[in-house]
Design a protein around this ligand. Structure first.
Ligand SMILES: [Zn+2]
Length: 248
């Protein structure tokens, strides 16, 4: 028995995943062997191995995350992957999601990383926001667009393919008083902005209240994660140029 990190009741805890298992599906071939990922390691990326678990949640909270957020995310994202196989730097794609479940799935990843004691996630510390996000996840409350906005960079490899095989440890970038966490999985570097004041660039360029979201294509091998963040945030006009191709 120990305190569940989500409901805060004393219960037997599960070995919880931080990144759900289905996010690893594209990392493996039909034989269950991990595919080669070239270039990783030299550019400051740290891979998160499959099966990484931590004692975090009770069985009921595991089920809650799965039913309310993971299954809807799989239906909206994994099962109809909205990004093309190939893309060029500077292109932008749009996709449409259900705002609440899509956002809360991402906040649940951020939350699990924050409450995990695994060193891989040590960079994620949410302070007073941890309890706010915990309540949002439990209550199914995604908040307004200005609350913990989410921004997305689609990552291409050296062959201009969306690179879906990369699952990287989270990074922290501090920009304008915001703590911006970068989580990389399924072809996208997802940026979560955590602060008490508004991040207008994320609000304008990120997940919208109607569930629309833009994905800005950037080569993953050219920029370290923090450089990419700094660049994207320095050039809002560049990011907000009209789409050359529309993904929906
Ligand atoms: Zn619980």
């Amino acid at each position: 028995m120990a305190m569940c990190k989500l409901c805060r009741l004393d219960k037997p805890l599960c070995q919880s995943h931080i990144y759900p298992e289905f996010l690893y599906a594209t990392l493996y071939n039909d034989d269950g062997r991990m595919m080669g990922i070239t270039g990783v390691g030299r550019r400051g990326w740290t891979l998160v191995q499959k099966g990484l678990r931590d004692e975090l949640l009770c069985r009921e909270c595991e089920a809650l995350l799965n039913e309310r957020y993971e299954i809807p995310f799989q239906q909206q994202w994994t099962n109809r992957y909205p990004l093309p196989e190939r893309a060029n730097e500077g292109e932008m794609f749009y996709a449409q999601f259900a705002y609440a479940t899509f956002k809360l799935f991402h906040l649940s990843i951020l939350f699990r990383a924050a409450v995990s004691s695994h060193p891989m996630f040590g960079v994620v510390t949410l302070g007073k926001h941890e309890d706010i996000i915990r309540r949002m996840i439990l209550g199914g409350d995604a908040g307004r667009v200005d609350r913990y906005p989410i921004f997305a960079t689609a990552l291409i490899n050296g062959r201009a393919e969306i690179e879906r095989r990369l699952i990287a440890a989270p990074t922290l970038t501090r920009v304008g008083g915001h703590r911006i966490y970068g989580f990389t999985f399924d072809g996208v570097l997802w940026w979560y902005s955590v602060s008490s004041h508004r991040n207008l660039e994320f609000e304008r360029g990120g997940l919208q209240g109607n569930g629309a979201m833009a994905f800005y294509v950037s080569p993953w091998h050219e920029h370290a994660v923090t450089q990419a963040a700094a660049k994207a945030l320095r050039n809002p006009r560049q990011r907000l140029r009209p789409a050359q191709r529309n993904g929906t």
